[in-house]
Design a protein around this ligand. Structure first.
Ligand code: FAD
Length: 424
């Protein structure tokens, strides 16, 4: 049964607080849904009362799209059931679950599916935008592992989308974000991955960063799919490494040691669940945040020079490729599968007086890298135009689909796709 919360009610402030502490919006009403029928009721209420509607899962969207100013927020967080079907190797996951809830349930059996790197992120927003994680090079993105969605549409209908049933909607939900309705449940394919992972990180001083990054780029060309290459660039130097999930291999370690004068080395085998929570604190909730992202389809030397010339902020790279690129781009809304590395530059701080300076540093760094970028991940867009995430032909198809499922753009607090004007 839905609990409706209004300003002043116990729990109202907790429900509207999200990951980015810069966001302080006050919905007129929060509908804390526990069933699909509750979601239907809330969607109908928003439509009939003409209330601006937003949908909240993990609350990690950087721009705070989960929370409307005024209007109605559907809070899916009470809908966090995860059920594992061992025989079919699938997970049934309600639309408000967090990644940690999925990972923990599946790992009891040595199973997992692609999920992001911070356990308090929502399965909902992450998967609807694509879903990148340490297993993606082996098994595809999170959305590539979804076999069925249950969706409450703008009309208040409950529909199922699979490769066979409502196949157009299934296509759009795989990367098209929250545009087509409220997803009340996902069914994921699971994989036997065991329970162990390895993290390797090597830090090189700034003087050696250019050569080390060039060597790292070359090594990445032949990286096994178990390994996802990572780079962290700071004003003091670079940390290059990889995360490995699978039967543990250490054959890459000597090659990393040969990339330059290693200042610091961190190589640690750990449980997969530890890997999936190791950034939870540093990525915790009480900070003000800003980020910008790019997709790089190649990493020319000039881009490496621009990368290490940071304006006092840090940036990171995470490798794509492998199974992500195996799926033809036309198979799903998710685009730019030929990405080589995803780049993100981000800042966190606490004092609102620092907002302007911190935001401006991030923007400056991202702008210096724009000449080398080709597109961006829909889930890292932060105020930029949607066409960064989808090429024109994809966007046109998405706009048609939006016109079919949400012609009035009820679901617009998201990485929004404008409905195509229906002809005839
Ligand atoms: C700390 C951190 C780590 C991250 N790590 C990764 C990572 O490793 N890999 C990766 O791919 N991304 C990552 N991201 C980006 C992440 O995918 C997006 O921020 C995403 O929007 C988070 O989803 P959420 O459910 O937590 O967010 P919310 O803010 O709750 O939702 C974002 C939007 O998604 C839509 N939405 C959410 N759930 C539903 C639903 N059930 N039905 C319909 N619409 C829904 C809504 O439109 C909502 O506006 C990370 C983000 C953060 C902040």
């Amino acid at each position: 049964m839905t609990t409706f919360l209004h300003p002043g009610d116990h729990g109202y402030d907790a429900a509207r607080s999200i990951w980015n502490a810069m966001i302080d919006r006050r919905p007129d009403v929060i509908a804390r849904c526990t069933t699909t029928a509750d979601v239907v009721e809330a969607v109908r209420l928003a439509r009939t009362q003409n209330l601006e509607l937003a949908v909240r899962c993990g609350g990690h969207n950087i721009a705070g799209l989960a929370v409307p100013d005024g209007g109605l927020m559907i809070d899916l967080t009470p809908m966090n059931t995860v059920e594992i079907d061992l025989e079919r190797q699938t997970a049934f996951v309600q639309g408000g679950a967090l990644l940690g809830e999925l990972d923990r349930a599946a790992q009891r059996y040595g199973l997992a599916t692609t999920a992001g790197n911070v356990s308090h992120t929502g399965v909902g927003g992450l998967t609807l935008g694509g879903g990148m994680g340490w297993l993606a090079r082996r098994f595809g993105l999170a959305c590539d592992n979804v076999t069925a969605y249950e969706v409450v549409t703008a009309a208040g209908d409950v529909v199922r989308a699979t490769a066979e049933e409502n196949a157009d909607l299934f296509w759009g939900l795989r990367g098209g974000g929250g545009n087509f309705g409220v997803v009340t449940s996902f069914e994921f394919r699971l994989h036997e991955i065991g329970t162990r992972a390895l993290v390797a990180e090597f830090t090189y001083p700034l003087e050696a960063a250019y050569d080390a990054l060039r060597g790292w780029r070359e090594l990445n060309r032949t990286a096994p799919r178990e390994a996802t290459f990572t780079a962290s660039i700071t004003p003091d130097g670079v940390t290059l490494g990889y995360v490995w999930v699978g039967p543990l291999g250490s054959e890459l370690l000597p090659q990393f040691r040969a990339l330059g004068p290693v200042q610091k080395e961190y190589v640690e085998a750990m449980p997969y669940l530890t890997l999936q929570t190791r950034d939870d604190s540093i990525q915790g909730h009480r900070f003000r945040r800003y980020w910008k992202g790019h997709y790089f389809k190649s990493l020319p030397d000039e881009a490496i020079k621009a990368l290490i010339n940071t304006p006092g902020v840090s940036g990171s790279l995470q490798a794509y490729g492998g199974a992500i690129a195996d799926t033809p781009d036309s198979d799903a809304a998710f685009s730019h599968r030929d990405t080589l590395f995803e780049f993100v530059t981000s800042a966190r701080w606490e004092d609102p007086a620092d907002d302007e300076a911190r935001i401006s540093q991030v923007r400056q760094y991202a702008a210096a890298l724009t000449p080398y970028a080709q597109g961006a991940y829909v889930n890292t867009l932060n105020g930029e135009a949607i066409h960064r995430a989808f090429p024109p032909e994809k966007l046109a198809r998405l706009a048609e689909l939006k016109a079919k499922y949400d012609p009035a753009n009820l679901f617009h607090l998201n990485q929004n796709i404008t409905p195509a004007i229906l002809v005839g």
